[in-house]
Design a protein around this ligand. Structure first.
Ligand SMILES: N[C@@H](CCC(=O)N[C@@H](CS)C(=O)NCC(=O)O)C(=O)O
Length: 115
């Protein structure tokens, strides 16, 4: 098995589903959490493709984009289904989770308390 290192901030956000995929697969990984204080992130950022997290390191190769990472691991761990219909059901769940996350993030930064 390759050595996996998942880089993200010290929160669930876009990384938690990836962490869950490792847990479901029983695969160990380094859960590198960069402190939300932006100091360390500003040092790390220039080394990350697309300059955003999460980013997965697989034996030294860097994979950006949370959905690409999820699909990569799902294929690696046999969690993506066995045929096109099953793959598509997984894609629907991934897309729905993304929509849900976007609405949670919007709520987090909403200034109007009544909403
Ligand atoms: N489409 C990207 C979005 C990644 C993204 O927005 N990452 C944010 C944290 S959730 C980030 O790295 N923010 C810090 C920055 O842009 O400097 C993905 O799904 O991975």
């Amino acid at each position: 098995m390759p050595a996996y290192k998942l880089m993200y901030f010290d929160t669930k956000g876009r990384a938690e589903v990836i962490r869950l995929a490792f847990a479901v697969a029983g695969q160990s990984f380094e859960d590198k959490r960069i402190p939300l204080s932006m100091e360390e992130w500003q040092t790390v950022k220039p080394t990350i493709p697309q300059k955003q997290l999460p980013c997965l390191q697989v034996d030294g190769r860097l994979i950006p984009q949370s959905r690409a990472i999820m699909r990569y691991l799902a294929r690696e761990f046999g969690l993506y289904g066995d045929n096109n219909d099953e793959n598509t059901r997984v894609d629907v769940i991934i897309g729905t989770a993304e929509d849900f996350l976007k609405s949670v993030i919007a709520l987090r930064y909403e200034k109007d308390d009544t909403k």
